[in-house]
Structures are given as C-alpha cells and as structure tokens.
Ligand binder design. Structure first.
Ligand code: ZN
Length: 414
C-alpha cells in the first residue's frame, strides 16, 4: 500500500487522549498521575465513513488492526523521508514544571548574553521548522554505535533518555549487542534533508535489536527480531521517558505486542500503547511506512522547549535563529492531493493545511496554495502541555530469556 493511501486509511479522524498513569518518572520532568485509568473506548473513534475529508482540527485515528498479509516489511530504503508524521494532539496534558519557570525574562536574557550554554539545551520550533541550540552530542559508548556522530545532536532530555533506556536493556540482559543510533539532529538542528523532522533535537532514528544480521537498517521480522531486548527497550521508552511517539511498522508492532502479551504484560495497557489492534484513539506507537528497518523516537523534551519558547524573541533579535518561513505559491493540478504537495516540497500535510487555513483536506484544481519553504523557526507561543506517562498496572512478568545469537554483531554502518 502506498504511503498516501496508508496515511489516508490509518490517520483520518480525531483523537482523544488515552492516558494510563503510574509511578514517578525516571527521566525528564513530567509528573505521573496517581492511579491508572482505563483506556478510552475504541467506540470513540469515528467510523470509516468519516475518512474524507478531515473536518476537524483535531485528527482522529481510524484503527489499524491488521498488517498486510505479506510477511515482508516495507523496503527499508523506500520511505526514509517519511518521518514528518505528527500524532494527534493529546488532551488532558498538564504544562509541566521546568527549571526555566524560576527565571524571569530578564534573567534569561542576561544569561543568553553572558553564557547561553549555561541555560541548557534549547529546542525551538516545530519538528519541520525547528532549530537546536547548545545541543549535546550523543557520546560514544560501549552499548551503542553512532551511525553518524556529526548528526547525533540532541536535547539533554533526548540524550539522557536514550542513555537510560539502552542502559536498562543492558542491565536486564547481559551480552546485549550495540544498538545502532542513526540521525538525531545536526549540531544546530534546522532543515535536515532527506528528513522532514529531526530539526530540533527531539527525533531519533535507532535500530531494533536483532538476533541475526544485527546491523543498521536491517529490516526486522519474526525471524530476526530479538524480542526480549526490543520489548525491554520500547517498554523503557514508554514508562520511563517523556515519549511523544514511536514510529514502528505495523508488522513489527504485531510481533512485539504479541510478545509483550505472552510474557504477561497487561492487555489493556498494551492496547493503549500500540496502534496495532486498533483499540487506542491515541497510541504511542504508530505505523508509518519505512519503519521496519528502524524505530523513530520523538521525545517531548519539555525543559529544552520551554527554554526555546522563552528565548525565541531574543534569539531572533540577535539573529541566532532565522525568521519563520516564507511561502511559495503552488497551483494545484488535477488530482493532486495535500500528500503529493507535502512530498514534493518536503513538508507535511498539516503544515500546508495550517498555512492555507484549510478546514479540510480537499484540494481544488487551479487554486493557489501557499507552501511554507523549508527553513526558519516557528514560534511556539503556548507552554507545552504533556500527558502523564502511560505506565502499566503492577504485575509479575514471565522471566524473558533472550534468544540465541547466531553471530557476533556486525557493525556495518550506513
Ligand atoms: Zn526518523
């Protein structure tokens, strides 16, 4: 199924926040709610008949229940650009307290003048119109391999969360091979082709753990997935970090979710986490083609983004970031869709809709559409509100035994 048709099939309508809460956070600043809540009913999702056109500003998810019949995941190289997906907004989020809250605007400006790096990492703008200032480069480490160190810059939250989750897998399973870390962001973020996102230090491409042919961009499947380690990693991301979303091919989701259920993970919690199964209106793990060869992680990074929001005017005034995007005009051709335009101009459907104040996704032949050009940093005016972490009810799990590995891990890079 093509990217366009999959998107229109799977991500059509409106989403409500599904938040299951739990114990105190380990990485980041987000507070956890005191007790678990049930998942939102699947009946909250609209019927398939609502697929065209999107009438609401708040997108809804149509359930993606069954992977395609063929057992082969997408060609790993075919969709490397398809990382501009934005999850439906969540409701019920709370603006998290950050260390930046204690500083006045004058104090922030003084520090920006005297020693800006002392404030911490600054994440600016949207995933497709962003920047990263004073980012942290993922260091070399015995538990991971950087595919390209020069594009492994992230917010402090991103680096801390990766280190924590990889470390947790290694603590649980001795002799874990190195995980391959692909692109995060360039040193100062910004436009980063061929990616759409990866602009402000919050997006990470990372490998699965595989039992054979463990190398960067190797397609994962039922024959080679190291399920105990991969699930341990995904679980740590969900329960211990400020995770906004994960992109994982639906076929891989199926395998991982079934494994998690087999070791005793709570079924309702798994339904709230995975898009596979179609039970959650706002999962954390989404299907986007091209993500059978790697996971795409996006963190909220609340502190770095709050600093970005509070610093924006100063940074713009002093030309440390560029003004927001300029537009070009595009005349719609017959049969053209927003997805076509988004692909052509390396942007997203949501960006085009917003720029043209479109109430739906209908493209009219001959009409002129404004397309934001790549570059520039979008201003965030509202403090980020993020939902509580989705943690499972406490219960005993079966002891996972990692499968045998056939060869020493190969550190091929790409
Ligand atoms: Zn990515």
């Amino acid at each position: 199924m093509s990217r366009v048709s999959l998107r229109s099939t799977c991500f059509v309508a409106i989403a409500m926040l599904v938040a299951c809460a739990g114990p105190a956070p380990i990485v980041g600043t987000r507070a956890a709610a005191p007790k678990p809540e049930p998942s939102a009913s699947a009946s909250a999702a609209p019927s398939a008949s609502s697929a065209a056109p999107i009438a609401s500003a708040a997108p809804t998810l149509e359930p993606c229940v069954d992977p395609p019949n063929d057992d082969k995941a997408d060609d790993a190289t075919a969709d490397t650009l398809d990382d501009g997906f934005e999850a439906p907004p969540t409701e019920g989020g709370v603006a998290s307290a950050t260390p930046i809250d204690a500083l006045s605007d004058a104090e922030i400006e003084a520090k920006l003048k005297a020693d800006p790096a002392s404030l911490g990492t600054i994440s600016l703008g949207a995933i497709h119109n962003g920047a990263l200032l004073y980012g942290i480069q993922m260091p070399p480490g015995p538990q991971w391999e950087l595919v390209n160190a020069s594009t492994s810059w992230g917010t402090k939250e991103t680096i801390d969360a990766l280190t924590h989750c990889i470390g947790k897998v290694n603590a649980q399973f001795p002799d874990t091979p190195k995980i391959f870390i692909g692109d995060i962001s360039p040193k100062n973020g910004g436009h980063f082709p061929p990616h759409v996102s990866h602009q402000n230090g919050r997006d990470v491409d990372i490998s699965y753990y595989l039992t054979k042919d463990h190398r960067w961009y190797q397609t994962a499947n039922a024959q080679n997935l190291d399920l105990p380690r991969t699930w341990a990693f995904v679980r740590a991301l969900v329960t211990d970090t400020d995770l906004e979303l994960l992109l994982m091919d639906i076929r891989v989701q199926k395998i991982v979710k079934q494994y998690a259920a087999s070791i005793g993970e709570d079924a309702a919690w798994l339904d709230s986490v995975f898009q596979y199964g179609g039970k959650s209106t706002r999962p954390l793990v989404f299907h986007v083609p091209g993500h059978a060869s790697h996971l795409h992680i996006r963190f909220y990074a609340p502190t770095s983004r709050e600093l970005g929001r509070r610093s924006y005017a100063y940074l713009l005034k002093h030309k440390l970031i560029k003004a927001p995007t300029r537009f070009i005009e595009h005349v719609a051709a017959k049969g053209e869709t927003l997805a076509h335009m988004a692909q052509r101009y390396r942007t997203t459907v949501d960006v085009i809709k917003k720029a043209n104040k479109m109430p739906n996704s209908i493209v009219v032949k001959g009409r002129v559409y404004k397309i934001p050009r790549a570059g520039g940093v979008e201003r965030q005016t509202v403090k980020l509100a993020i939902p509580p972490r989705r943690t499972p009810p406490a219960k005993a799990l079966a002891t996972a035994t990692p499968p045998p590995r056939d060869t020493p891990c190969k550190h091929a890079t790409r």
